[in-house]
Design a protein around this ligand. Structure first.
Ligand code: SG4
Ligand code: ZN
Length: 258
């Protein structure tokens, strides 16, 4: 099946998608000693629409992840700009990567440490008209990434989503949910600082079009929340959906804060 891929042997992706072995692949391991301060003065990272409740919100099990999307009132679609970004990047969807147990799950690692969950907020550059066009450009996509570590504080956004996970246990199931503003995920990228580097989509077609911004503040996820993700069935009965880290190949990793 075209577009089909699994997480058991990610090296097999290369046969159908040769860019998956390209020079700027994601995810990567972040070694703190390698992280440089970005020298040039840049406008601070900003965003709007994150506090606005969408008119409609949908969760989908696409067989590779669970994806959250929404329809916002005109001019309030969540958008990020500034920092390492030039122009406006509009939200397409939010999705997650997890593992079979608490020792693995995140795609990015920090000093070779894995976290049990990683949240990705995928944005596309509005100058390119739509996401499929944006993916063809080396600055077409901006993904905000959050690493979550097992703790006792529930994440309100995840709580709202998982209320309806029972309706999307199987691949290609989808349901509308009670809409909530994305600020319920408790996103603090702006104040606490973030790490940024140039990479790719972490799934086929592995397009080298992504500016990654990864929060340095680790968030909490509860064991009940993790178990809810693990109950979702993925294609090929995969029990995880993280890609292993890829070679850095001399790419700079920068730390930025406002
Ligand atoms: C997940 O499989 C999402 O469900 C995909 O979303 C997403 O692809 C893919 O991850 C790669 O995104 O931030 N991890 S990532 O690099 O956003 C895209 C859809 O299939 C293009 C819509
Ligand atoms: Zn992702």
């Amino acid at each position: 099946r075209r577009g089909h891929f699994g997480y058991t042997r990610p090296d097999d992706w290369l046969a159908d998608f040769p860019i998956c072995s390209g020079p700027r692949q994601s995810p990567i391991n972040i070694e703190l000693q390698d992280v440089k301060m970005m020298e040039s003065k840049r406008p601070p990272l900003g965003r709007y629409g994150y506090d606005t409740r969408p008119k409609k919100m949908t969760i989908t099990n696409n067989g590779h992840s669970v994806q959250l999307s929404g329809v916002w009132p005109a001019r309030d679609t969540p958008t990020v700009y500034g920092g390492p970004l030039t122009g406006l990047y509009e939200l397409a969807q939010v999705h997650f990567h997890w593992g079979a147990d608490n020792d693995a799950g995140s795609e990015h690692t920090v000093a070779n440490h894995s976290f049990p969950l990683e949240m990705h907020m995928v944005h596309w550059k509005k100058a390119y008209q739509n996401i499929s066009e944006a993916i063809k450009h080396d600055d077409g996509i901006a993904v905000l990434g959050y690493l979550l570590s097992l703790d006792k504080n529930a994440n309100m956004g995840i709580e709202r989503m998982r209320t309806d996970f029972s309706k999307i246990l199987k691949p290609r199931q989808s349901t509308d949910i009670d809409p909530f503003p994305l600020s319920l995920f408790d996103l603090d990228l702006l104040k606490e600082g973030y790490v940024t580097y140039l990479g790719s989509l972490t799934t086929p077609p592995c397009s080298e079009s992504v500016i990654w911004l990864i929060s340095v503040r680790i968030k909490d996820v509860t064991i009940d929340e993790l178990e809810s993700f693990r109950k979702l069935q993925l294609d090929n009965h995969d029990d995880h959906n993280y890609r292993p880290t890829q070679p850095l190949n001399d790419r700079p990793i920068y730390y930025l804060y406002d």
